[in-house]
Design a protein around this ligand. Structure first.
Ligand SMILES: NC(=O)c1ccc[n+]([C@@H]2O[C@H](COP(=O)([O-])OP(=O)(O)OC[C@H]3O[C@@H](n4cnc5c(N)ncnc54)[C@H](OP(=O)(O)O)[C@@H]3O)[C@@H](O)[C@H]2O)c1
Length: 384
């Protein structure tokens, strides 16, 4: 199955005893990430797309008119005729995904959360807020315990904000997690080769990137050096405690359409053989709760043995785009182990990541059906 096809149907626990699917809105639905979300929501077993919102350039048009569609599969039928709304927090949905440009995401996400909408965000604005979970379900599902504190701190009622990490951080941390669990992590050094779709649309000018490499992505190295600390750290009941990992990142834009490749060296706390490292990665398996989520993979890391893999063109859609594909596990003369990893920046690093976050929120009873578009009264709670 390609990453652009609908995900498989699952009998969804969150829908037990409910009449209808949970209604989702997508803020920034016309952008590159928003389009992926719209595509992944088609035929989703738990969620139904009922609202799309974007800028004034798009609002008032149908989604088919407003979106400059980039995917191979056509616009899902359920989305084509939806009228694009603005960012007024009065949408007819139970929660929203945010794939908004960061120039507007910060304030808009707060307004939606204040108006009672759970906000499942891709944008960078709230990732490092001290009361906002930065979530990769396979890594730090326990960080969702921060939501009640966030609601109390901010005076939110049913609303809250949960974010997913930056696209290059997502693959890196998924791979670091089993190594941290098995051997402990001291430091990591990473060089990225990042796809142009990571810059949104129109993104990097073709004259800058065609036949070229741009060794600078604004803010990316800072995000890669800070977000893993929160993701691999702990929520102690009142605050997030960083992992205290030594991290250095070099980020480069390369002329690849989709898929971020990362060359990583890691220093481990415990001595491990290369076979033990490969096994720890290969055997990384999610628990039963996560395995029941429609977008989850039971084994989210794929280890390849071929010496010239992973490659973006061949491997980017592995696991419907939700896998981190690892290859070239070998000794590092400076640290302990080095490897190459690949993840789909728009799926594992963005739309698929936030969809998985929403599924975990639904499974834990955080997404509830609203009775009326602007009402705060809720229908029967989603069963856990
Ligand atoms: N691309 C990736 O790989 C990736 C990965 C992880 C996270 N992210 C983050 O996800 C978000 C979306 O990224 P993208 O790549 O999809 O960007 P994009 O293609 O540029 O799309 C941006 C979206 O934001 C909307 N927007 C822009 N200005 C607005 C305004 N003033 N009011 C309301 N809506 C506005 C656009 O609507 P119009 O079409 O109407 O202009 C569009 O829907 C960003 O915050 C980005 O940092 C991206």
């Amino acid at each position: 199955m390609s990453a652009q096809q609908p995900l498989p149907s699952h009998a969804g626990a969150p829908l037990r005893g409910q009449r209808k699917k949970i209604r989702a809105g997508v803020l920034g639905a016309t952008g590159i990430v928003g389009q992926r979300l719209v595509s992944l929501l088609a035929d989703h077993p738990w969620f139904e797309l009922t609202e799309v919102a974007a800028s004034e350039r798009s609002s008032g048009k149908t989604y088919a008119e407003a979106a400059r569609w980039h995917l191979d599969a056509p616009i899902p039928g359920a989305a084509r005729d939806l009228v694009v709304k603005g960012l007024d927090p009065s949408l007819d949905c139970d929660f929203v995904f945010s794939a908004l440009d960061s120039s507007v995401a910060g304030a808009a996400e707060e307004e939606f959360a204040r108006a009672g909408y759970p906000v499942v965000s891709n944008s960078r604005n709230h990732r490092t807020d001290p009361d906002v979970p930065l979530l990769i379900p396979e890594v730090n599902a326990a960080h969702l315990d921060a939501i009640p504190r966030q609601q109390k701190n901010r005076g939110y009622d049913t609303g809250f904000i949960v974010t997913n990490p930056n696209c290059s951080t997502a693959g890196l941390v998924l791979v670091l997690k089993p190594l941290a669990d098995a051997f402990g992590l001291e430091k990591a050094f990473v060089v990225t080769l990042q796809a142009i779709s990571g810059a949104g649309y129109p993104g990097v000018a073709s004259l800058d990137i065609q036949g070229n490499v741009v060794p600078f992505i604004s803010g990316e190295e800072e995000k890669m050096e800070s977000e893993p600390q929160k993701l691999l750290g702990k929520w102690d009941g009142s605050r997030f405690v960083d992992a205290g990992l030594g991290l250095s990142a070099h980020c480069n834009r390369v002329p690849v359409v989709d898929g971020h490749l990362e060359c990583v060296s890691v220093g481990l706390k415990k001595i491990a053989s290369l076979d033990e490292v490969r096994e720890a990665l290969r055997n990384f398996e999610v628990d039963a709760e996560l395995a029941s989520l429609p977008t989850a993979l039971r084994n989210p890391i794929i280890v390849l043995d071929e010496e010239n893999r992973p490659q973006p063109r061949r491997d980017v859609n592995a696991g419907n785009g939700m896998a981190a594909v690892v290859g070239r596990v070998r000794e590092c003369p400076l640290l302990d182990v080095k490897l190459t990893l690949l993840s789909h920046n728009l799926v594992r690093g963005a739309a698929g990541a936030s969809l998985l976050n929403a599924e975990l929120l639904a499974a834990r009873g955080f997404l509830k059906q609203r009775v009326a578009p602007s009402g705060s009264q809720l229908a029967e709670p989603v069963s856990r």
